[in-house]
Design a protein around this ligand. Structure first.
Ligand code: 3YE
Length: 185
């Protein structure tokens, strides 16, 4: 999220209008405030499983901010079709695997368990099916001998901070062609 905020300067076609979190404890809130970016919190917990009501509150904040593009970053809720449809084509997510491999959770452990020699991250459009939307960009890293889920996650995270801003810049200027980054020698 911080990498996205810090990328939107100069001739970038977008500007950050809101950082919206579903937890008041989200570390990104202070980082956004430090950068002068408006913030809001819609805690999902009081909604007790009423996802449409939670999402209506999210939608109200996004409309107040006049948001045009929505970037999920560290947001760990599955969104319902009712929320996704109106945003489809304008909502991005970053996922820590080379989709379509390893949708869902524990991606790095799963790549290591499978004996993969490469891993990475994917930016995709959000559709109702989890982690299944059109691919907008992918960065590939090597899996090295001795890697653990943590060492691999750190290598991938570095690329997430490069890939997501690069894809958003292209996306905001209307370019949907997938951006492919390969960091292997
Ligand atoms: N929603 C849709 N399509 C997508 N949300 C995200 C991507 C994406 C999306 O492509 N429709 C964690 C995995 C979800 C999970 O199971 N979350 C639970 C709640 C867990 C908790 O209580 O913290 C849930 O039921 O939402 C963003 C990434 C979502 C990862």
């Amino acid at each position: 999220m911080v990498a996205l905020l810090d990328s939107m300067t100069g001739d970038h076609p977008a500007r950050p209008c809101l950082v919206l979190a579903n937890s008041a404890e989200a570390g990104g809130l202070a980082k956004a405030e430090a950068r002068g970016v408006p913030t809001a919190v819609v805690d999902h917990r009081p909604f007790k499983g009423d996802r449409p009501a939670f999402e209506a509150a999210l939608q109200a904040e996004l409309e107040k901010a006049d948001a045009e593009i929505l970037c999920l970053a560290g947001f760990m809720r599955i969104l319902t079709e009712g929320f996704v449809r109106p945003w489809q084509g304008r909502m991005l997510n970053i996922h820590p695997s080379l989709l379509p491999k390893y949708p869902g959770l524990n991606t790095h452990a799963r790549a290591l368990d499978a004996g993969d020699t490469e891993a990475g991250c994917t930016v995709h459009e959000v559709i109702p099916d989890l982690d299944a939307g059109p691919l907008l960009g992918q960065a590939t890293v090597p899996i090295l001998p001795g890697d653990t889920p943590d060492t691999l996650a750190a290598r991938v995270l570095k690329q997430e901070h490069i890939l997501y801003p690069a894809v958003l810049r292209r996306f905001a200027s209307g370019d949907r062609d997938p951006l492919l980054i390969d960091t292997r020698d």
